[in-house]
Write a protein that binds this ligand. Structure first.
Ligand code: AMP
Length: 403
């Protein structure tokens, strides 16, 4: 069996897969790690998809306790007696910088590398590493793999990843576009190729990962050419609470005129902007409901979200010289027909024509939503980052055990 761990700053997500078919055997999430609450929320889902909410009456101070709690749950459900019985463990790591272009087997040097990159992802890499350290201590002989959110974007050419800043800032401070959500972009782009029955390496694809965080990627011949998130996950599309692109001089203006501090500006852009900043809600379901009730501010938030998305679709059509397919994924991309309809509206002359009926169909399956006349195939493909991490872990441990 393969276990996938996503160790966040206050949560641990886990999923157990069978080795042969990569079927999900169980998954769960442990929240409120390190928080001063008298209990912790756990969710556990078995292989039939049956979920249970469990209230853990003791606080979970750190990842060691979280992994112990997860191990206990897996044991109680007769799935796994100990982590060292696993064939492999795959860890999600947010930032691989320029050091990691691919998933890698974890050793001391890899752990040092992940730690060295912490200044680029201070909320994520230390938490990812904390999970790795506990799992490595408990199962030192089990192969463990780090799968990086940034790795898929490492093929982006220099003219696209460099900002027009003094070059020394790239050389000395590593300031450049890295991009995120790479595991999801890679997973849905490959799934799109399978859906279309075409080799991944023959396609021009635009992938749109639209969740609470949102990003777009332009992919040609199987490698990423550009992506909308930048040095941090703040750049690009409008998101739930993040602004995405904006004039950087707004920050100087606000600091001068209102006296806002760096921390306040950081919080403004990351937590109080995006859909939430415009209309007070960041959940697309609530926003859609409000629009149905005639709420103008919610309609404006949706309009701004979709307009930015359309601009990125247009610019990536130019980057790729046209596209074979566009893929919508993530909570919003998979479920909001309104966002898909609005962001693709008026693009007939660029070869994009949605089928309104297919766009409205609800399904958890990969599906096409364009009319036959559409030159660009428009697909909805549910993302599955955990499965992709499990697949990459399996690939790496299989290749090393046979070499
Ligand atoms: P994710 O981060 O991928 O889980 O996506 C979260 C976003 O997906 C939130 O904005 C949700 O409101 C949105 N979402 C989930 N289900 C739906 C739905 N049925 N219709 C519209 N948006 C949805």
């Amino acid at each position: 069996m393969i276990l996938v761990l996503n160790s966040g700053s206050s949560s641990l997500k886990f999923q157990l897969f069978s080795m042969d078919t990569l079927q999900s055997l169980a998954s769960g999430i442990i929240e409120q790690i390190g928080e001063k609450s008298s209990h912790t929320r756990l969710q556990f889902t078995d292989s039939d998809g049956k979920s249970q909410e469990i209230t853990h009456t003791q606080p979970i101070p750190e990842h060691k306790a979280a992994i112990a709690t997860m191990s206990e749950l897996l044991k109680q459900n007769n799935l796994l007696v100990h982590l060292d019985k696993l064939s492999g463990i795959g860890h999600r790591v947010v930032h691989g910088g320029e050091a990691f272009h691919h998933s890698v087997l974890i050793d001391k040097h890899v752990m040092e590398g992940i730690s060295d990159l912490s200044p680029l992802a201070p909320l994520h890499n230390p938490a990812n590493l904390a999970g790795i350290e506990v799992a490595m201590a408990q199962a030192p002989n089990t192969p463990q793999v780090a799968v990086f959110d940034t790795a898929f974007h490492q093929t982006i050419p220099v003219h696209s990843f460099l900002y027009a800043l003094p070059f020394t800032l790239y050389e000395k401070e590593k300031v450049r576009r890295y991009g995120f959500h790479g595991t999801s972009h890679s997973y849905v782009a490959k799934a799109a190729a399978r859906f279309l029955g075409r080799p991944f390496t023959s396609l021009k694809t635009i992938t749109l990962h639209l969740g609470n965080g949102a990003s777009a990627a332009a992919i040609h011949n199987g490698s990423c050419q550009d992506t909308s998130m930048g040095m941090t996950p703040l750049e690009g599309l409008v998101m739930g609470t993040r602004s995405g692109d904006l004039d950087p001089a707004i920050l100087f203006y606000l600091a001068r005129e209102t006296g806002m501090t760096l921390n306040e500006l950081d919080e403004l852009l990351n937590k109080k902007s995006g859909l939430k900043g415009i209309c007070g809600d960041n959940d697309m379901r609530t926003i859609t409901e409000r629009i149905k009730q005639g709420d103008k501010q919610a309609a404006l938030a949706l309009e701004i979200f979709c307009y930015r998305l359309k601009k990125y679709i247009g610019s990536y059509l130019a980057v790729l010289g046209g596209a074979d397919c566009i893929v919508f994924t993530g909570g919003i991309g998979e479920h909001s027909s309104l966002v898909r309809q609005k962001s693709c509206a008026g693009l007939k002359d660029l070869g994009i024509v949605l089928d309104p009926e297919k766009n409205e169909l609800r399904s958890g399956e990969a599906r096409a939503i364009h009319l036959q006349q559409s030159k660009v195939q428009v697909l909805v493909i549910p993302t599955n980052e955990e499965l992709e991490i499990a697949a990459q872990t399996l690939k790496l441990i299989s290749s090393t055990s046979t070499s």
